[in-house]
Design a protein around this ligand. Sequence first.
Ligand SMILES: Cc1cc2nc3c(=O)[nH]c(=O)nc-3n(C[C@H](O)[C@H](O)[C@H](O)COP(=O)(O)O)c2cc1C
Length: 221
Amino acid sequence: MEFDFGKFNPKDRYKLLSSTVIPRPIALISTVDTNGVVNAAPFSFFNVFAEDPATCVVGLARHEDGHKRDTARNIEETGEFVINMVDRNLVEAMNVCAVDFEPEVDEFELAGLTPVESRFVVPPRIAESPVSFECKRTVTLQLSVGRDLVVGEILTMHARDGLIDPEKLYLDQEQYDIVGRLYADKYAPLRDIFSLKRWQPNEWFAAHCGKKQDESEQGGE
Ligand SMILES: Cc1cc2nc3c(=O)[nH]c(=O)nc-3n(C[C@H](O)[C@H](O)[C@H](O)COP(=O)(O)O)c2cc1C
């Protein structure tokens, strides 16, 4: 069955996309407005897309009348934001931050979040988050009257003590109780983790065809 996106309205396209591209990581984004009011809101149209430079992208919807929501406006005005990853302990507070409060409302206070001063940017990170990324906006792409895509450079990363081995940079998976967004009000933890070997071309040919790639290409033994 085909779902031709040209024949669907945005609401239905959202249903199709958000229920199939799952699970999506949740960025609880902290920003500060020009009056110093702190804001936090969750975004699951989010991921990282490069490491050189370290780059993240967030998709932000505007209000129905086309004016930007607080996070998008603050990023536009200040160029700075912090992405805080959401784990099981943080989901209730994250959900409070998703409420469409007036701009002057400090979501940190309402959700019981603890702000921690950032090193390179003005918005604070969230102490309760296991991993936070301090970011500067690289560019904002306006996709339509109601949708913006913010591309940002990650300047530094904070991880809860003990979560990442500082020598090997390995993450302790057991301690990382991260939550993904599914669709509507559904969420999922990470579970049933398995490994999948990354093959070198020669190894793959040897394992699957009984000979190495260069041998088979050369017609060797
Ligand atoms: C788990 C979750 C994920 C969300 N993801 C997005 C998203 O990717 N893009 C978006 O525009 N809104 C998203 N929202 C809705 C915003 O969080 C919501 O509109 C919020 O009020 C925006 O806050 P702000 O005005 O402080 O920016 C999401 C909400 C939840 C609960």
